[in-house]
Design a protein around this ligand. Structure first.
Ligand code: ADP
Ligand code: MG
Length: 230
C-alpha cells in the first residue's frame, strides 16, 4: 500500500537546510495498523505529510498503491488524496459553524454528490462512530473525544484505502484516548490500513506494529503484543 525507499527530506532554513528525514525505508501492506513513534522533532509529521501527499520528498522513492509518486503538482496530489487517503489531526480541524453531520458530509461535496445524499451517507458514518444522536450539534457542543470521532467519520466517508492520523489522541485524556484507539482498531479490523503518529508509548502499543524514528532514521520496527492477540 505504502512503499518508501531511501527517502530524504530537508527544509531550507535561511541559507542552510535542516536534514529531517535521512534515508527512510518503510513498507506498509494493505490492512496493517502501524504507529510511528518518536520524540518531538524526530520527523514524524514530516514523514506523514509526505505519505499523505501534503508535502514532497527530496530524494528516494515513494509508491502509493503501486503508483510512483514523482513530480506531483497540487492538482495531481489532490486527486490521489481524495481517492486513497483520509486524514485525522490532533486539533480535529472541524469547521466550527457546521454541524457534526455537515462536517462529515463535506468531503462528499467535492465528489459532486447532492446535499440530500451527502447528509444521508454522513449520518451512516456518524452512527458508525457512535454519534448519530449528535448529528445536529456544532463542534463546540461536543467533547474532545466526540470531536475526534466526528473527524474520524469525516476521514472515512470517502472510503479511503488508508487513514493517516497525526497525534489523534494528543489533545485527549487517557480514557478518551483509549476509546479513540479502540475505534481505530475497529476500523482496522474491517480491513482499513491505519497509520498513526504518536509520541505516547501507551498509544503505540494499541497498534499492531511500532516503527521508531529517531533523528530522521528508523531505529526499530517491531510487531506489538496487540498484533498477536486473537
Ligand atoms: P515531529 O512530528 O516528530 O515532532 P516534525 O516532522 O514536525 O517532527 O519536525 C521535524 C523537524 O523539522 C523539526 O526540527 C521541525 O522544527 C522541522 N520542521 C518541520 N516542518 C518544517 C517546515 N515546514 N519548515 C522548516 N522546518 C520544519
Ligand atoms: Mg508532529
Amino acid at each position: 500500500m505504502i512503499k518508501i525507499e531511501k527517502l530524504h527530506k530537508s527544509y531550507p532554513i535561511g541559507k542552510d537546510s535542516l536534514h529531517v528525514l535521512k534515508g527512510i525505508d518503510l513498507h506498509i501492506k494493505e490492512g496493517e495498523f502501524v504507529s510511528i513513534m518518536g520524540s518531538s522533532g524526530s520527523g514524524k509529521s514530516t514523514l506523514l505529510n509526505i505519505v499523505g501527499l501534503l508535502d514532497v520528498h527530496d530524494e528516494g522513492n515513494y509508491y502509493l498503491n503501486g503508483q510512483v509518486i514523482k513530480d506531483m503538482n497540487e492538482k495531481k496530489a489532490a486527486i490521489l488524496r481524495n481517492k486513497f487517503l483520509g486524514f485525522v489531526f490532533q486539533s480535529f480541524n472541524l469547521i466550527s459553524y457546521k454541524t457534526a453531520v455537515e462536517n462529515v458530509a463535506l468531503p462528499l461535496y467535492y465528489k459532486g454528490i447532492n446535499r440530500k445524499e451527502r447528509l444521508e451517507i454522513a449520518l451512516e458514518y456518524l452512527e458508525k462512530v457512535g454519534l448519530k444522536d449528535w448529528a445536529n450539534h456544532l463542534p463546540n457542543e461536543l467533547s474532545g473525544g466526540q470531536k475526534q470521532r466526528v473527524a474520524i467519520a469525516r476521514a472515512l466517508v470517502t472510503k479511503p484505502k488508508v487513514v493517516l492520523a497525526d497525534e489523534p489522541t494528543g489533545a485527549l485524556d487517557s480514557t478518551t484516548t483509549d476509546s479513540v484507539m479502540d475505534l481505530l482498531k475497529a476500523i482496522n479490523d474491517e480491513g482499513m490500513t491505519v497509520f498513526v503518529i504518536t509520541h505516547e508509548e501507551e498509544v503505540a502499543e494499541q497498534t499492531k506494529r511500532i516503527v521508531r524514528l529517531k533523528d530522521g532514521v528508523i531505529i526499530s520496527d517491531e510487531l506489538t503484543k496487540a498484533s498477536k492477540a486473537v
